[in-house]
Design a protein around this ligand. Structure first.
Ligand SMILES: [Fe+2]
Ligand SMILES: [Fe+2]
Length: 450
């Protein structure tokens, strides 16, 4: 059975008058419509749910969840403080005044949660049929399994993992997800470059973000994921039409009217760690012909500068013993000939505008670490006098090689990584896990902010 004939419509054949037409107070044509509606039945003939739930945009009092479906459907999530789901609160697909239906991806925003609290949840979908014109009818809700997560907050576990530059490489993704599950951190950061190159169609996006491995429960079923786009996530017709269709915009309640367009940035306490997310955008200047005159990343980065300054005025961020920032493109490169991302030639080794604008703000506030990606090779740049933050650049999808096509050659320094941060005995311990060779490639420790 194909997705097109998924919805089985039962009993809707023919416009047949009934005795109630003459008995009711409605006009005959109205009664006829009611009769048709009453007989119309939307039946789930196969599984509506087509992916594991992807928990995302975590905050102390909310979380989002997205999942794929096989037919036009409306989405639900039920959340409870117990695994038996007693007293569960039901949430609908986000939208007002209508909860939207969608044929492929549903999103639900779960709000009103308590910080640092474990919840159990399940997602559900009901197929939507339209028996007459705009009249809508739904099937019974099909529910997925029960999973759990813990909300962020100062009392949550001081533990995170970060993955980056997966680029649709399944062999690499398999190793990354295996290690992440073993580490069992309460939150994940995905610092972008999810597609191999670009995303032109929705099915590719569904596969990359929601169904990266056949038969695998996916990336964020039990621990929410902070997503930050890489330059490749911005590329292709699909993303530019639907930037928040799968990876949701953060709640508007988290930011001021001035910052209303900054839907990816986050500043959230995760135990003793304040986690700050920044979006470096594309790896070429706005004037590059590849953007066709439509790019506004330079203004976007400056908007984030004002937002970033304000985050350190929030008591929960200002008081955090450790602050770790995340973004896709590095903010520092020691090489004098490193490409700054502000010239038309090639592409960024680091993002100079972000470095110039955000770097000093991070230093003024004693941020200890920046975790990023983009370069596909594990690297550590220690803090220096005048720059408080060290920088860890995560590895990419290459499994012991570099280059592609005829230029592909062995390179043992190229391996995917999981960057893990955990506070132990008052210090932030950061391990760079080499998932190709199954070992810790590097380990760093940071003191609490003064
Ligand atoms: Fe990349
Ligand atoms: Fe990149």
């Amino acid at each position: 059975m194909t997705r097109k004939d998924f919805i089985k419509v039962v009993g809707a054949a023919g416009f047949v008058s009934s005795a109630s037409v003459v008995q009711g107070k409605m006009r005959p044509d109205e009664q006829e419509a009611h009769d048709i509606y009453g007989r119309f039945h939307v039946d789930n003939c196969m599984g509506l749910l087509d992916s594991a739930p992807f928990l995302q945009i975590p905050a102390a009092d909310s979380v989002g969840v997205a999942f794929a479906v096989n037919a036009l459907a409306s989405g639900y999530a039920e959340v409870a403080d117990n695994p038996e789901m007693k007293g569960a609160v039901r949430y609908r697909s986000e939208g007002f005044p209508y909860s939207p239906a969608n044929p492929r991806v549903l999103q639900v925003r779960i709000t009103g949660l308590k910080p640092a609290t474990r919840y159990w949840y399940r997602v559900g979908a009901s197929a939507v049929g339209r028996p007459i014109g705009y009249w809508t009818k739904q099937s019974e809700i099909e529910w997925g399994g029960v999973h759990s997560f813990v909300t962020s907050g100062a009392a949550a576990a001081s533990h995170f993992v970060a993955m980056t530059d997966t680029h649709g490489n399944r062999a690499s993704m398999r190793l990354v997800l295996k290690r992440m599950r073993e580490l069992a951190a309460p939150v994940t950061v995905w610092t972008g470059d999810v597609p191999a190159s670009l995303i032109d169609d929705e099915e590719t996006a569904v596969r990359l973000y929601l169904k990266p491995l056949p038969g695998d429960p996916g990336i964020a079923e039990d621990a929410p994921c902070f997503f930050l786009p890489g330059n490749h996530d911005y590329r292709g017709q699909w993303y530019q039409r639907n930037p928040y269709r799968i990876m949701m915009a953060r709640s508007a309640e988290e930011r001021s009217v001035r910052d209303r367009l900054l839907c990816r940035n986050f500043a959230v306490r995760q135990g003793d760690v304040a986690m700050i997310g920044l979006d470096t955008g594309e790896d070429k200047p706005d004037s590059h012909p590849a953007h066709g005159g439509n790019a506004h990343f330079e203004k976007y980065r400056t908007m984030q500068t004002a937002w970033l300054r304000d985050q350190f005025l929030r008591p929960e961020i200002a008081s955090a013993p450790f602050v770790v920032a995340f973004c896709h493109i590095p903010l520092f490169d020691a090489r004098p000939d490193a490409n700054p991302g502000t010239i038309l030639e090639n592409w960024a080794d680091y993002q100079k505008q972000c470095s110039d604008e955000w770097g000093p703000v991070l230093t003024e506030n004693g941020v200890q670490l920046l975790v990023c990606g983009h370069k596909h090779k594990l690297r550590y740049d220690a803090a220096t006098r005048g720059r408080s933050w060290a920088q860890i650049v995560g590895g990419g999808p290459e499994l012991g090689y570099v280059g592609w096509g005829a230029n592909k050659r062995p390179d043992p320094s190229r391996f995917p990584t999981v960057i893990e941060g955990r506070v132990e005995s008052g210090r932030l311990v950061v391990c760079a896990h080499d998932v190709l060779h199954g070992k810790v490639a590097a380990r760093y420790e940071f003191s609490a902010r003064g």
